[in-house]
Design a protein around this ligand. Structure first.
Ligand code: GAR
Length: 192
């Protein structure tokens, strides 16, 4: 699965909607010597997204588009082209991108999902895993295709669900693993 990139650094845009803790971990990773990516653009559909602060802290260009209509996707594509972006990392981005948008990026879109796929695609993964009395949940990094949370899996990590876990405590445990998994998955796909 590894794609050789030679010595070229992969210019990456991270798409967020909320807190941006995965964005922060990806930015930190991008600054390491072994990282094949640089983060050059942050896109959010939510002007109130807390993660947008990392654009100011780390001096990364940011753009906010609500994605309420196709024009916003077009504007986003324009920004991606303008900034010569090669890769999109979805990191807590809560909008579904259109088939056209996904196609135009030719598979160079990754997503992190807070479940052990193919279990619990979609929303409220932690509530659903606990309700179903699952012993484990986890997180998955996968390629994005036109079917929700169904693209080829790159890496996964299992996380044990304890008897006293609630959705909040489980989300917290999984998030810690997400921060490690996303950089590992990027290293797995793109080798220098
Ligand atoms: C993460 O748990 C991520 O896996 C999830 O949202 C959270 C964002 O946290 N993504 C999805 O549910 C996508 N369907 P963050 O903003 O702190 O990175």
């Amino acid at each position: 699965m590894a794609i050789s990139t030679g010595s070229k650094i992969i210019k990456t845009a991270v798409f967020i909607s909320g807190t941006g803790s995965n964005l922060k971990s990806l930015i930190k990773f991008s600054k390491l010597k072994e990282s094949p990516i640089s983060i050059d653009l942050i896109i959010s559909n939510n002007p109130k997204s807390k993660g947008l602060k990392y654009a100011n802290i780390f001096k990364i260009k940011k753009k906010v588009f609500t994605f309420k209509n196709m024009t916003d996707e077009k504007k986003t594509l324009f920004e991606l082209k303008k900034n010569k972006i090669d890769l999109i990392c979805l990191a807590g981005f809560m909008k579904i991108l259109s088939k056209t948008f996904i196609k135009s990026f030719k598979g160079n879109i990754l997503n992190i999902h807070p479940s052990f796929l193919p279990k619990f695609k979609g929303l409220n993964t932690h509530e659903r895993a606990i309700k179903k009395k699952e012993k484990y949940s986890g997180c998955t990094v996968h390629f994005v295709n036109s079917k929700l949370d169904s693209g080829k899996i790159i890496l996964q990590k299992k996380v044990k669900i304890n008897k006293n876990d609630d959705p909040k405590s489980l989300a917290k445990k999984i998030l810690i693993q997400e921060h490690k998994l996303y950089p590992k998955a990027i290293l797995k796909v793109f080798s220098h």
